[in-house]
Design a protein around this ligand. Structure first.
Ligand code: FAD
Length: 663
């Protein structure tokens, strides 16, 4: 058995091969030369050396890989064949495919969703109809691509952000490649805006001078994927849509991954040969209710985003012998979610008259001062008296001053709860001085049809949403009547109504909406609840008017004094009196755009077994085993899709072709 120390040494040696052949030093990135002087001497020195003759798997011989029994029999014939097979056509998949192709490989992409053309999308906008299809979370994201400016300090920073869950060698690879992200976008002629303003986390490691930046491609995430798709089309890399990867095909003796078994058009099983390697870029497990229940830190956990990300790549990798890492992390926050939608959405507040309280009516945090993507961490608080998560759900409390504000986009003032409309697209950022506390979804989600995980808002004349039932009403009346928005003429009445409300934690039992891909899971795990509200459940039977009244009395006193929140430190400019009845509440759930856990990945983007030994010829990129191991930085996922997509694509292309046994 190789020791950790020995293995890390081996990996470092192999890594030089990667560095020599990919992009460090004076290597060309898609035609753009990136100077070695931009890197520290340590990494520039590592660039000296040749390509990866013999392939990465060959270099790993003797690393202690256990033989795996093949989960499925070796096929007698193959329906498709390529050097590198990329499973999942989002940002990481596109970057991997482009890189592998540019490194000389013959590449095939498979994608679970149908083409947009086959859905007859009515949208006349460019970002939807001009892509072939796919896109995943990348297409509906804000598009921000985060990157470090210094590879040494950046590696230390990234490793600290992971709380040690991501090995330093992987953080080093993240930083080395991340500093090149901007040059890579340039080399691919992807237009962007560049910023060195950081949000959320700055330099959290004393002494590690880093510096950060981000590039946001023109058009945000929709634009980013549009440009990637153009690059894929230009190279004529085939994409098989409606082709869902299901199993990896392995050499039964060596464990080498030599293909993928997929379900095509939801009916036909096809075997796809990979002469060199398979790259799993299937996104996260945002829409697999069982995985979320078992792996995330609390439950129910309602994420938003691309509803086809059901952890498929994680399951495929597990069956092939992969280990898991930091399954419990998300890029997450608190969000409203109601049973008529399969997705959570973000809060957007019309004014400052709002607070969060727990299931008993107590405030528990500076609601507008938490790092946006780590807000979910405050949800993990177990109450031993009642045997339940005290903040799952939490409740957003507001008054009628919020819902009579004009909505974004210049609509007429009317009764309108801004935070309760999933089609809202106004973008805002977390700030201790801003009136809005949370990011909202990127515009892409509105430009995609319901069947592809979008709201369909722009794909038809009016908003249709991914609602199981009726879309959200303009005046909230239907949602108030349904109890999803709880109303009370005064605080005692609101408290009583909260305590008596049925607060749905899942949409279990609801019909799958027309047009919805029936292979997808609804968010349907129900937490058992003891009679009277004890243990688990999602209702708020022990909600206390005394607690709520005390919280709001203190809040209003602090607002009047004008010096900020004396209890949790919310700044004065983000506060306004809660004093205009009727009062309202809506349940908030640990949420956010995406998960970050998955199969273990090393610095070469290889998928590893539980002992961190690579599974030969298997790579990953993006959210499927993201390198963000604990805290997450705005733009970190798209930045990683570029960095590790490039590593995976290059190393997969440089594998020696698989040698079939001669006997
Ligand atoms: C609303 C929103 C806003 C965001 N904003 C930002 C931001 O500004 N910056 C940032 O860095 N990150 C952002 N993120 C996160 C970021 O977009 C994602 O983490 C990133 O795009 C993931 O890229 P990916 O390629 O790994 O996965 P995806 O882009 O999700 O692509 C995965 C693809 O795999 C396909 N797939 C799944 N299973 C299979 C299978 N079995 N076979 C074949 N195909 C399969 C899916 O259909 C999908 O097309 C945001 C996310 C959301 C939801």
């Amino acid at each position: 058995m190789t020791t950790d120390k020995g293995r890390l040494k081996d990996m470092k040696l192999s890594r030089r091969k990667f560095l020599g052949s990919t992009a460090i030093g004076a290597a060309a990135v898609g035609g753009t030369v990136i100077a070695a002087s931009a890197l520290s001497p340590k990494f520039a020195a590592a660039a000296v050396g040749g390509g990866s003759a013999g392939g990465v798997s060959a270099a790993n011989a003797g690393l202690g890989l256990a033989n795996k029994s093949a989960p499925i029999a070796l096929p007698a014939s193959w329906a498709y064949s390529a050097d590198v097979v990329v499973v999942g056509y989002g940002g990481a998949g596109a970057v991997s495919a482009i890189t592998a192709y540019d490194a000389g490989a013959n590449v095939l992409i498979i994608e679970k969703t149908p083409t947009l053309a086959s859905l007859g999308v009515a949208n006349t906008g460019t970002v939807c109809t001009e892509i072939q299809g796919g896109g995943g979370n990348t297409h509906i994201s804000g598009g921000i691509c985060f990157m470090p400016l210094d590879p040494v300090g950046g590696a230390l920073w990234h490793n600290s952000m992971s709380y040690g869950a991501t090995p330093m060698a992987v953080s080093e690879a993240w930083a080395e490649m991340g500093v090149q992200n901007r040059a890579w976008l340039d080399s691919m002629s992807i237009p962007y805006t560049y910023s060195t303003t950081t949000t959320e986390y700055g330099n959290i490691v004393p002494g590690a001078s880093t510096g950060f930046a981000s590039c946001t491609p023109t058009g945000g995430g929709a634009g980013f994927f549009y440009y990637l798709d153009q690059l894929v089309q230009k190279r004529k890399i085939p994409v098989l849509f409606n082709t869902r990867g299901q199993e990896l095909i392995q050499d039964p003796n060596t464990g080498e991954v030599i293909g993928v078994q997929a379900l095509q058009n939801q009916s036909e099983v096809v075997n796809i040969q990979a002469n060199k390697a398979v790259i799993l870029t299937t996104g996260g497990f945002e829409f697999d209710a069982r995985m979320k229940l078992n792996y995330l830190k609390c439950s129910p956990y309602h994420l938003g985003g691309w509803q086809y990300n059901t952890g498929d790549g994680i399951k495929m990798a597990l069956k092939a012998g992969a280990g898991l890492w930091h399954m419990n992390t998300t890029s997450g926050r608190y969000s409203p979610w109601t049973p008529n939608y399969n997705t959570a959405w973000a809060q957007h507040h019309a004014n400052n008259a709002w607070i969060w309280v727990d299931r008993y009516g107590n405030r528990f945090a500076n609601e507008s001062g938490l790092p946006s993507h780590s807000t979910w961490q405050v949800a993990v608080d177990w109450n031993f008296t009642y045997g339940q998560y005290s903040r799952v759900p939490a409740l957003l409390i507001f008054d009628s001053s919020s819902i009579t504000q004009p909505v974004a986009g210049g609509e007429e003032p009317r009764l309108h709860l801004e935070s309760a409309r999933p089609e809202q697209t106004t973008t805002t950022t977390t700030s201790s001085t801003s009136t809005s506390s949370q990011l909202v979804y990127g515009t892409g989600i509105n430009q995609l049809p319901v069947q592809l995980g979008g709201t369909g808002a722009l794909a038809s004349a009016g908003f249709t949403g991914s609602a199981v039932g009726t879309p959200w009403s303009n005046n909230n009346a239907a949602e108030i009547a349904a109890g999803w928005v709880i109303q009370g003429a005064d605080l005692p009445t609101l408290s009583t109504n909260i305590a008596n409300a049925t607060i749905y934690g899942s949409n279990q039992g609801m019909a799958i909406p027309a047009g919805w891909n029936s292979v997808e899971s609804m968010d349907n795990v129900t937490i058992p609840e003891a009679p009277g509200g004890g243990f688990g459940g999602t209702n708020c039977r022990n909600f206390s008017v005394a607690n709520l009244t005390a919280a709001i009395t203190q809040w209003n006193k602090d607002v009047a004094a004008g010096k900020g929140d004396t209890v949790f430190g919310r700044t004065a400019v983000t506060m306004a009196a809660l004093s205009t009845p009727p009062y309202y509440a809506i349940a908030l759930w640990p949420s956010g755009p995406n998960t970050n856990g998955g199969p273990i990945r090393d610095q070469y983007s290889r998928t590893c077994d539980p002992d961190y030994n690579p599974i030969p010829r298997l790579y990953s990129g993006g959210e499927n085993g993201s390198v963000w191991g604990f805290l997450y930085m705005t733009g970190g996922n798209n930045g990683e899709s570029i960095s590790f997509g490039r590593i995976a694509g290059n190393n997969a292309a440089n594998e020696a072709p698989y040698q079939w046994p001669t006997s």
